[in-house]
Design a protein around this ligand. Sequence first.
Ligand code: NAG
Ligand code: NAG
Length: 418
Amino acid sequence: AACASPLHSAQLTSIRFGMELGLGAPTSPPPWRGHLLFRALVIFLCLWVTSEANEQHVELPPRGWNSYDSFSWTVDENAYLQNAKILAEKLLPHGYQYAVIDYLWYRRYVDGAYTDSYGFDNIDEWGRPFPDLQRFPSSKYDKGFSQIANKVHEMGLKFGIHLMKGISTQAVNANTPILDIETGKPYVENGRQWAAHDIGLTHKTCAWMPHGFMSVNTDIGAGWAFLRSLYRQYADWGVDFVKVDCIFGTDYSPEEVITISQLLRELDRPIVLSISPGTEVTVPLAENISEHVNMYRITGDDWDNWKDVSTHFTVTSAFAAANKIGATGLRGKSWPDLDMLPFGWLTDPGVNQGPHRPCNLTFDEQKAQMTLWSMAKSPLIYGGDLRHLDNSTFSIMTNPTLLKINYYSKNNMEVPAF
Ligand SMILES: *[C@@H]1O[C@H](CO)[C@@H](O)[C@H](O)[C@H]1NC(C)=O
Ligand SMILES: *[C@@H]1O[C@H](CO)[C@@H](O)[C@H](O)[C@H]1NC(C)=O
């Protein structure tokens, strides 16, 4: 272990990082170094490089790619599989293994449909979302995502999907029956059949998508049965990773997080549980939750402007000080999640449009972001369209020093430098 004085080791890290990228020692101080010193604080890094990783479930912070920053909700099967292929070829050797389809894969991509539109979602007879067949043609004949999951697994990757909390408003309005996954028939308890009306909590809609989804009542067996029917189906499709949204931060729903966690524990298939959003997340809010999940967002959405990056410093330091990094989680460990890395070729937040513009951050700002994410041992999920991955972005995402720090450093803390 090399634990020099905090300032010294941070300087070393920044200089070594610059040199690994072939830039030599920085001539003028990059903006992020100024930022750290201006705060008179510095991340104290005590680096232990262990010879071999313990390969239990989520023993290390997960790495991968997610479609949101480059496609918003409009990704389709072709674009997704093209990205997955490049992920497997270029980034999988560096640990990036999860390929995640982000939100609204069940929404029809037609005029009038947008993030909080109502009435455009595919819902099966049991009130469960199924993929938009136009965008995901391999889903036809009730195959769900199983064909895509097979292809992703053949590439050596793991398959992930984004989910919303609870039940869709469309299902509640249609009062769909609840599937009892054990019998294949409608769920019966106390001599009667239960349906969506019984479990949808109309006063607990998703804060950022109030027309789309609401919490379900997990105090009753029917609520559990519904969630079980969802997660069993995802496991049957071959899902390895779920990012459940509207369940944390401003949408804090501890009962549902704990229920989902229990349901995932029932499965033979280990599935990584990632929760969001991260807006207004504090250490006390995570206290009773981290042990039930594998990663949880601790900030709002991170986009490619320096303000978003700089707001991550304080909250990261608080979670480090509270020893939350790599604490006990679902079937393994849990990781405070600083959100995706929006580098390369991107879209804009919440739009109906795919990738169409380059990242707004400077190269120095991108390096600073990757450095903070690595020191914080955050999951590293690339957000740009991999079909346009350029060499400098690739060099940041695969910097060997940072990737080692991200996996193997210990007790990383922010401490006063003076
Ligand atoms: C966490 O759990 C403890 C003990 O059950 C409880 O007192 C506390 O209020 C909970 N905190 C939150 C933020 O829910
Ligand atoms: C990126 O820059 C463009 C042009 O200045 C601006 O319109 C856009 O809002 C920026 N995007 C983000 C996410 O900051």
